[in-house]
Ligand binder design. Structure first.
Ligand code: ADP
Ligand code: MG
Length: 630
């Protein structure tokens, strides 16, 4: 190429960071750059094959679909060429000069962390190409798009810049020419290359040739019958399709003939990359039709909440030449999605029954997606509810139970399923809301994640039983059976007289004003003097806290409808009734403090400065000794 036409550009800042990370990461697993380049070549071939089904392509139509790899032991170069879709000049610049995940600092921290731990992981970050600089002094990418436009050459030594200039005389596809670093000469050897290809690229669905010899066996594993496939092959395929290095957590291989012909091979990975801070995951299942890739990382064949699945789905009922755009509203695709989703949910339910330990691991890692499904996928909500797991008052600390287990243990006369949110099991068990549940021996779910109340709220009911948060005002528990354990049914201390209590409630309401709707005598409190309950039909304290924190509180008109319930048998409330006569000002401070304490137990915010100041007043009084002694 003539130098005059060559333009030199800066890499995007984020790309430079990625390059730094890649170049400076451990070299122990350097082989993976070959895998990344071969996988890009395979992707480019798949894209071309699909494009050629959608429209008739004249340019270079005779060129066979393949990947050709050559090493030159003397010049210490390695060349990887494909006859795939190629790139235009603009595509070269965006694809190899910038990275898609730009911006997030967290992304780079995670990438650097992953690269330190295991450089294999970088392929999963969508920056595989740059791994070439682990082994390359310099790289040239010569490419010509399938549309027959001009050819271009991109080159860089992995420093701050790259150059692009015209490159005439190319066929369709991309050729990557690597000048190897002094300590990476082995990648020019046929022996090394064959070893790596056999290890990583068995499932590339196009011939891969090393020095003219085909080294892979082209096969679509998912179309073979289960009994012929070994565990090793399944795992190898997982590694290929998920760009993974470990084993999957679950594997589901199934085929169906009705209502659609389907061959699906799906995997659940071991890790949830979303919680690792990579932002929202792309879907990981590819759609094939008669072994031709139609839609990589398809957004159409599974609901969003199943985006953690990896694998392939092949249906010969789909039209081969369907374009990616028209998949979305294709009736067959809609049907396919329905069948797949139901099958996957059924699979999880079966696995839960088959191996509780494995399911626990699954739930800990991917339960959040199931919960997302309950809130977003109306169609499958009921089936999904079977997969939910929570701690409960009857479960061992740290272990979880299903809604079915809860329902199976419900007491006679109990027609609702109860839950209460809290930051931890201990916090919930110390709180006022579970007191009567404990006393009556009624099981209650502990929803310890902030999102849980939204999930159960969306679900509304299970097996015909309403799901009710225990911080609601209208909770009324079934009366204890006549033959109940007398110790448990033992009455608490003598409560205040009804008239005194009513008058105390009215006065407390005056003190607290609009912050609450009503102060009432509680029939649920056992030990605690007071608690806050929600009068609004659907909102729980935990939901209110989250909506407020996210700045959406106003939109939901919240913070208004609450009652305070007080316990007429509690010594503190009894003393308060007396103090109200003797020292009304001080008694008001106590009411305020009771309210703040109850709000804190509900997980809601109080003004800490005001509370601390009041608290000092109260402490001062205590230090003074009893009021009547003064
Ligand atoms: P990813 O493959 O995860 O998208 P990479 O860093 O490996 O990330 O590649 C970046 C992009 O460069 C690819 O998405 C593709 O668009 C383009 N690309 C890389 N190699 C090729 C190739 N051989 N042919 C065509 N396009 C390519
Ligand atoms: Mg790639």
């Amino acid at each position: 190429m003539t130098t005059a036409q060559v333009e030199t550009k800066q890499f995007q800042a984020e790309t430079r960071k990625v390059l730094d990370i890649v170049i400076n990461s451990l070299y122990t697993e350097r082989d993976i750059f070959v895998r990344e380049l071969v996988s890009n070549a395979a992707d480019a071939l798949e894209k071309f094959r699909h494009q050629s089904l959608i429209e008739k392509i004249e340019f270079d139509s005779h060129v066979p679909l393949e990947i050709v790899i050559d090493g030159d032991d003397k010049k210490h170069t390695l060349t990887i060429a494909d006859t795939g879709i190629g790139m235009t000049r603009e595509e070269l610049e965006t694809n190899l000069g910038t990275i898609a995940h730009s911006g997030s600092q967290h992304f780079f921290e995670q990438l650097a962390e992953a690269a330190k731990k295991d450089v294999n992981l970088i392929g999963q970050f969508g920056v595989g190409f740059y791994s070439v600089f682990m082994a390359a002094k310099s790289v040239r990418v010569q490419t010509r798009s399938w549309d027959g436009g001009e050819g271009w050459e991109w080159s860089s030594d992995g420093g701050g810049t790259y150059s692009i200039g015209p490159c005439p005389g190319l066929h369709r596809g991309t050729k990557i020419i690597i000048e190897l670093k002094d300590d990476a000469h082995t990648y020019a050897s046929k022996f090394t290359l064959e070893r790596i290809i056999q290890q990583y690229s068995t499932f590339v669905p196009f011939p891969v040739k090393v020095e003219g010899k085909k080294v892979n066996t082209v096969q679509a594993i998912w179309t073979r019958s289960k009994s012929e496939i070994t565990d090793e092959e399944y795992t190898e395929f997982y590694k290929f399709v998920a760009n993974a290095v470990d084993e999957p957590l679950y594997r589901l291989h199934f085929s169906a003939d009705a209502p659609l012909a389907i061959n699906a091979l799906l995997y659940v990975p071991k890790e949830n990359f979303e919680v690792l801070g990579m932002g929202r995951m792309q879907p990981g299942v590819n759609l094939y039709c008669q072994k031709v890739l139609i839609d990589q990382h398809s957004e159409n064949i599974l609901p969003e909440w199943l985006r953690f699945l990896k694998g392939v789905v092949d249906s010969e009922d789909l039209p081969l030449n369907i374009s990616r755009q028209s998949l979305q509203d294709n009736a067959l695709v809609v049907k396919l999605r329905k069948v797949l989703t139901k099958r996957v949910i059924k699979f999880f339910a079966e696995e839960a029954g088959r191996d509780a330990d494995a399911y626990r691991e699954f739930w800990q890692t991917f339960g959040i997606f199931i919960k997302e499904g309950v809130t977003s996928d109306f169609e499958h909500r009921t089936e999904l509810a079977k997969l939910l797991r929570f701690e409960s008052s009857a479960s061992e600390p740290g272990s979880m139970i299903s809604l079915d287990e809860y329902v199976g243990r419900m007491k006679d006369g109990q027609d609702k399923i109860y839950y209460i949110n809290g930051p931890s099991r201990v916090a919930v068990e110390y709180g006022p809301y579970v007191e009567l549940f404990k006393k009556r021996g009624i099981e209650i779910f502990y929803t310890l994640e902030p999102i849980d109340d939204f999930v159960l709220n969306h679900l509304g009911e299970y097996d015909g039983k309403k799901l009710v948060s225990a911080d609601r005002a209208d909770v009324s528990l079934p009366e204890p059976a006549a033959d109940a354990d007398p110790a448990a049914a033992q009455e608490t201390a003598e409560p205040l007289a009804a008239a005194v209590l009513t008058s105390l409630c009215r006065w407390m309401k005056e003190v607290l004003g609009d912050r609450i709707q009503e102060v009432k005598s509680s029939d649920r409190l056992v030990d605690s003097p007071a608690m806050i309950v929600n009068v609004d039909g659907y909102m729980t304290s935990s939901m209110e806290r989250i909506l407020k924190a996210s700045g959406q509180g106003e939109a939901f008109g919240m913070g208004s409808k609450k009652d305070m319930e007080i316990n007429g048998a509690s010594p503190l409330i009894k003393k308060l009734a007396a103090l109200r006569e003797a020292d009304p000002e001080f008694a008001k401070d106590l009411v305020e403090q009771l309210y703040d304490n109850a709000m804190i137990q509900a997980g809601l915010l109080v003004d800490p400065m005001v509370m601390v100041r009041r608290n000092y007043r109260i402490l001062e009084r205590i230090a003074d000794g009893p009021a009547d002694a003064a």
